[in-house]
Design a protein around this ligand. Sequence first.
Ligand SMILES: *[C@@H]1O[C@H](CO)[C@@H](O)[C@H](O)[C@H]1NC(C)=O
Ligand SMILES: *[C@@H]1O[C@H](CO)[C@@H](O)[C@H](O)[C@H]1NC(C)=O
Ligand SMILES: *[C@@H]1O[C@H](CO)[C@@H](O)[C@H](O)[C@H]1NC(C)=O
Length: 836
Amino acid sequence: MTLRALLCFVLVAVWKAACEQIRYSIPEEMQKGSFVGNIGKDLGLDLKGLSHRGVRITSRGRTQYFALDVSSGHLYITERIDREQICSGLEKCLLNLGIIIEDKMKLYGVEIEVTDINDNAPSFQSEILEFKISETTASGSLFPLRQAQDNDIGVNAIQNYQLSSNGHFSLEVHNGSDGAKYAQLVLEKPLDREELAFYNLVLTAFDGGDPIRSGKTQINVIVLDANDNPPIFSQAVSKVNIMENVPKGTEVVVIKATDLDEGVNKEIKYSFQKITHQGSQMFQLDSTTGVITLTGNLDYEETEFYEIELEATDGGGLFDRTKIVVLVRDVNDNAPEIAISSLISSVPEDSPPGTVIALLNVHDQDSGENGEVTCSIPSSLPFQLKKSFENYYSLVTDRALDREQEAAYNITVTATDHGAPPLSTSATISLQILDTNDNPPRFEQAAYTGYVRENNPRGASILSLQASDPDWGENARVTYSLLLLLLPGGEGSESPVSSSISIHSESGAVYALRSFDYEQLRELRFQVQAQDGGSPPLSTNVSVTLWILDQNDNSPEILYPASRSDGSTGVELAPRSSEPGYLVTKVVAVDADSGQNAWLSYQLLKATEPGLFRVGLQSGEIRTARSVLDKDALKQSLVVLVKDNGQPPLSASVSVTVVLADSLPQILSELSSLSASAAAAAAGGGGGAEPQPGLTLYLGIAVASVSGLFFSFLLGLLALRLRRWRNSQLLESGASGNFSGVPVSQFVGIDGVRAFLHSYSQEFFFPQPNYSNTLSSQKSCDVKDPFLLGEELNLSKADEESTQVTSPLPISVPPLELVLISKAPLGGKGFPMPAI
Ligand SMILES: *[C@@H]1O[C@H](CO)[C@@H](O)[C@H](O)[C@H]1NC(C)=O
Ligand SMILES: *[C@@H]1O[C@H](CO)[C@@H](O)[C@H](O)[C@H]1NC(C)=O
Ligand SMILES: *[C@@H]1O[C@H](CO)[C@@H](O)[C@H](O)[C@H]1NC(C)=O
């Protein structure tokens, strides 16, 4: 430029004289052909000669903007002139051209100034401007804006900027050093992303032309988030109810904090801020989702609530805290518990109602209704539960107990709570009822009857008594004993029972102590006492009747004709003139047994003259069967067999001597030659023992001599006695009773002897029916003896009566004794022995 300017200056200087300078000014953007200036006139040229004077325009540029009309001398535009293109940025835009007139060799300079018109609108480089501004940016901050472009110059260049209205931004326009205007965005008010995160502004640039042109651009302001918002929990404290029985893994609660920020500032992490150790075992927190799940087993009874402090932290480190109270709700998950604080395991059966057996305490860990407990026992039991206070109960007896009914109880105590559904627990208390001796032994039968055959072996078991006692142990141990019936008046004297029988104290078996004789004793009545081992003992009495059964142990006893001491019997007389059927005599026999055993039959065993006599089978009467003939001997010997009906039968025989004579002298002559041989046979026999003449003779002499003296003494005594006795009339009544079945006539004459022999045998030869107990037998015999000496008589009289009550046999002991003594010499023994 400088060079050009300098060249121009040189040209102008050179061409000072010869060269005339003209100047034109035209606006840019003129139409083609537009008139610029009249060169011919301005230069003073003759137009007529111009065309052939060789006038032309010289230009330094390539583009010819102007042309010269030679004919008119006018300069006009041939090309559109854009000032901004030709001389962009220059203050003055000058186009120079030379007009050469060749014939005159003259050069004229023409300077054309192109002036600006507002043909360019302001424009921005980009249509959208984007700003990212943090919301924390302080107000007043400036954000430079790119300049808009306007190729025009001067007033046509950019004069002003404008910003669309908004609450936060304003525009500040500066004059630049080069005169250009610079706009800056000013933050008037702090931004809040949370309020508005995006602003859309329009920036308009205006130039100063006429008309004013403008250009627009869009400014997008994006508010960048700053962590200016902490997370917020909706509630400071929240409560959560949860049943204690929910399973593990259950979602307890979801906590949520909100953060208005975005991005990482919004990313919240949850954590426990404050939690008990138990709580940390129980709950788990998902740090991202905020879900609290249950990881343990809740137990209301252990912990009723949990207090948890939670913290929510965003990515920028801001936080909020909240508190969660987890209230554990009670569920009826605990059955009541029964604690037996004191207990007796056994109680005596006579304990009064109200005796305390156990103290219980019931407890339920649950609360409220779930923890209220009712206690009960089955109503059928004789016990009662008494509530003492709160949850304490005492188990007492309700009524009298009886071990014999129920020896032990299992008392089931049931505790039920009031939950829904209710839970219950039961405990069993075992109670033993202890025995007291409240039951006497009881016999199975009201009375016992036993039977025993006579002649039983000693020690034979007769009968067994059984008493039971429902009590227990010693109280039920029964011992048996005979009740000793004391005889009235007799100090310490015992009944025959004690010597006859005994009872085994343990088993109750009754044994015979001796061999019984039916003929002596028909029955025994006694009492047995069963006594238990309690303290005091209880006892029961039972009466026992023992019947002694008859055995055929007695041979028939022939009473008449009686054997004499020498063994002979008397002589019966029968007149030779007697008719057939004449009653010669009658054999009288008795049998001490009873029933069949005493049913006697008579038969003729032997006779001197068979056919002369016959014996009544039942009556024992000896009658003549036919008339006595002369050839029949004077003395007839008959042997009559008496047999009882027992099994086996027993028999006895007697010899009867019948003298067939019509007068006494005849008899007497016969008597001297009469040899008596009477034989009495023992059981089963019928054959008599052969007499031993020598021994019998000596024995007879010895006995006769000793007895002779003694007899005389006794006869004297007897006479005295007899008189007294007759006075008392005792024997008469007794004898008549005893021999009621026998014709009295048959006994005439033997009364005295019998009575004598009786008392005699009593004192010296009475047989001992019981070998075992001589003393008691002696006593029992004594009391039957009506001929007792002295003062004992009164006593014996009373006893005679009582004895007769128990001896219903018509012919009793006295005749039997008579027989026995009469047999003794015949048996040839030194001492009398019983027949059996
Ligand atoms: C910028 O220039 C204009 C005129 O050219 C003037 O009116 C205005 O006051 C100036 N502004 C500043 C800040 O100098
Ligand atoms: C009590 O319970 C025990 C044990 O179960 C049992 O052996 C006994 O027989 C029961 N007693 C009664 C009286 O029910
Ligand atoms: C049994 O008999 C004895 C003697 O007679 C008497 O003392 C006792 O009281 C009687 N016992 C009963 C229970 O009858």
